[in-house]
Design a protein around this ligand. Sequence first.
Ligand code: SAM
Length: 479
Amino acid sequence: MSEPSLSYVNKNVLFPSEREKLFDQYKDIFETDYTLNRTLVSFQANKKEPFYRWFKYKEGFSKKLINYFIEKYHPSKGHILDPFAGSGATLFAAREKGWKTTGIEILPIGIYNVQARLSAEKVSLEEFKKEVNSFWKSFYKTSNSNAVIQHISITRGAFPEANENNLNHYLTCCKNVVNDSIRILLEFAAFSVLEEISFTRKDGQYLRWDSRANRSYGNTEFNKGEIYDFIKIVKEKIEDIIVDLSPAQNFDLFAPKEINIKISDPEILKGSSLEVLPSMKSNTFDFVMTSPPYCNRYDYTRTYALELIFLNNNDDDVKKLRQTMLTCTVENKEKLNYLANIYSELNRASDFDFINSIYFSHPAMSEINDVLSKLNELGKLNNSNIPRMVKNYFYEMLFVIFELYRLLKKGGVVVMVNDNVRYGGEEIPVDLIMSDFAKIIGFKIKKIWTLPTGKGNSSQQMGIHGRSELRKCVYIWEK
Ligand SMILES: C[S@@+](CC[C@H](N)C(=O)[O-])C[C@H]1O[C@@H](n2cnc3c(N)ncnc32)[C@H](O)[C@@H]1O
């Protein structure tokens, strides 16, 4: 592994100067952390972790990463916040260490994941095994269930017929399970295998469709490999759950590491951070560990469409979620008026004006917005909404950063994971812009940890030969 690019390489672009200046200002704060490999930062390290392995939230943190940063920057317990909580990984890892935890998440998927995990804590293993046995008996005794899964346009035809029938029948039988926690766990087992039993594969920006589906998707042939039989794979999932509920695992899973700590359940607030954060009380938190959506066009509402319909979201719900999420797709519309209303209702119009003044007078931000508009005019971007997406991504993140500063106690720390992006050949230094916003608001920028790159190029070589590998970073800011 080699050092990632620590030079600013877009030397020959039309308007390079403001980003270069910013790079020069922060270059001593960059450092490569060789413990931060891709596995540690991503969900991959969770593959064998009890509970974390049940539902593969690809965007999820690994438990090890959370532990690593808590131990490094705030070993003493306090109150932690994750404003983009996803599957709740930060909350559960921190709780295990005795922290009070609060998360905010907009997608029902993450909320459901947290609820399922909390249900698991209420279930007795013996009772669960007993219920599972009688559940399968009734499953095989009955048939011809109604459709529980209600498709929307982007999911229709996603399952082979036999799988869809069995899934519907399974969910109908779940309704008869009296114990709420056990029923939630059984339903969650089905929820966790939707991708495997479908013709689809989550593929970053989109849901990719296997050519075996009765659905044409361009000319490209795609074969996702085995499409699993629902009954077989859901039984395996239930087995995993049983193993993880067994006493040997249980201690690790749920109990705080230190004895005699009274731990409350993680608090997970459903909604948009853009709306929830401004109404929270100042100086509340000691630590923020988070990873917002990246500015990379990934559309969670498409990749997680199967899980969304499983949770009864209809077409309108999904479209609304797509627009309310932090801007990260080319479809997102501007949220300026929406934010203006939120702040005015809270009698905080002056904060709104202040945040706007930072954004609209930021030289490197303006440079990026200008460059992308220019490239758009020249027809050099593969989607004409990319400038709008980038502009609004940073605009919205500036509100988040402002609120995080207000909500942290003095000495509190933010750990934020994010990747840089490139459009039309232009590198967008997300790490520099976000950190500079944070600095203007009042944070001390302690470090920008870069992940080692996979390639063998030195940064100098990358400068000479053109494209550098984009930096993947963890920012550390202190109030
Ligand atoms: C990179 S993922 C974070 C994953 C998380 N670290 C985990 O371990 O599961 C970003 C999350 O932000 C959520 N999100 C997007 N827009 C949001 C918003 N406006 N408010 C709250 N959460 C949002 C997404 O649904 C997604 O779960």
